[in-house]
Design a protein around this ligand. Structure first.
Ligand SMILES: C[S@@+](CC[C@H](N)C(=O)[O-])C[C@H]1O[C@@H](n2cnc3c(N)ncnc32)[C@H](O)[C@@H]1O
Length: 281
């Protein structure tokens, strides 16, 4: 089980930025793929409070059948509540509390044939062995995969520069690579999406990627709310990685929170979305 628990408030707060950022071409690819299957069984890994399904429901046609898996029962309850009346007519949603470290797609597939595997904001928590197994199993059951909002390590504070921005960014990226409980060994963090694409390519899948960048413009109440949490998280991660520089990072934190509150800075956070499909159909 991962030690990382995500609060519902954070997932709700980021929903708007997530949904605005996503690469729509990949949704269309997934929709066409489901059309060829004449059935839409969609497995959402690390579904949390249902952000991914809430977004994709507009793109994946009629009668969508969702299975949401997460370790957090409370988030899944929230997802059920959100999705209850939101999906197209004839659709269904079921949830399962499980540790993804042990989930076997093949076992699920035997009871409930999977057409599309999806996950949002999950892959960067995973280690190489977990990714390799996910890809192997996905290939074994012949499903397509839509894995989105994977942190790619690019973020920037726009509007003004601070000499410590880059040090903090690098420390945060290094922090992302600590073990997160999804498979043994370190998480791949910003490299996870590239490792996953490479594994799908080796397995003969056709892959496509797109960027999905959070663009938080200076001055808005939304930027201030989400930005506060981001700067807080970056600061904490940097202090954990480089404790000797905590005092300097504290000064950076106060300075950047003040800039944010005064509407002087915006924030961009880069993600990469990946779609992979079996070539033979
Ligand atoms: C960043 S959140 C993303 C949630 C949701 N997909 C979204 O886009 O809002 C990551 C999710 O993965 C889940 N998660 C992380 N590690 C897990 C594990 N080992 N087993 C099951 N769920 C896990 C967390 O509980 C959380 O809901």
């Amino acid at each position: 089980m991962s030690e990382l628990w995500f609060d519902s408030e954070w997932l709700t707060l980021r929903r708007r930025a997530d949904h605005q950022a996503r690469e729509t071409l990949l949704n269309e690819e997934a929709h066409y793929w489901l059309g060829t299957r004449h059935r839409s069984h969609i497995l959402d890994l690390g579904a949390g409070s249902g952000n991914n399904a809430l977004y994709l429901k507009e793109w994946l046609g009629e009668q969508q059948h969702w299975r949401l898996v997460d370790q957090d029962a409370k988030l899944l309850k929230e997802a059920e509540r959100q999705l209850e009346h939101a999906l197209p007519e004839g659709s269904t949603v079921e949830t399962a509390v499980a540790d993804l470290a042990n989930v076997r797609l093949t076992a699920i597939h035997q009871r409930w044939p999977i057409d599309l595997i999806t996950a949002s904001a999950l892959l960067d928590l995973a280690s190489q062995p977990w990714i390799d197994r996910l890809v192997d199993e996905c290939v074994g059951i012949g499903a397509a995969a839509l894995l989105v909002l994977n942190v790619n390590g690019h973020w920037a504070i726009t509007g003004s520069k601070h000499p410590l921005d880059e040090v903090i960014r690098q420390a945060f990226n290094a922090h992302q690579e600590r073990a997160k409980g999804l498979g043994t060994g370190p998480a791949l963090g910003p490299m996870a999406v590239h490792a996953t694409e490479a594994a799908f390519k080796r397995a003969g899948y056709a892959t496509q990627t797109g960027t999905s960048v959070w663009k938080l413009l200076a001055g808005s109440a939304y930027t201030k709310a989400l930005g506060f949490r981001l700067i807080n998280g970056w600061h904490q991660a940097a202090c954990e990685m480089l404790p000797d520089q905590s005092d300097e990072f504290d000064v950076w934190f106060v300075s950047r929170q003040t800039d944010l509150a005064n509407g002087q800075i915006g924030i961009e956070v880069g993600h990469t979305d990946l779609y992979a499909e079996p070539v033979a159909g």
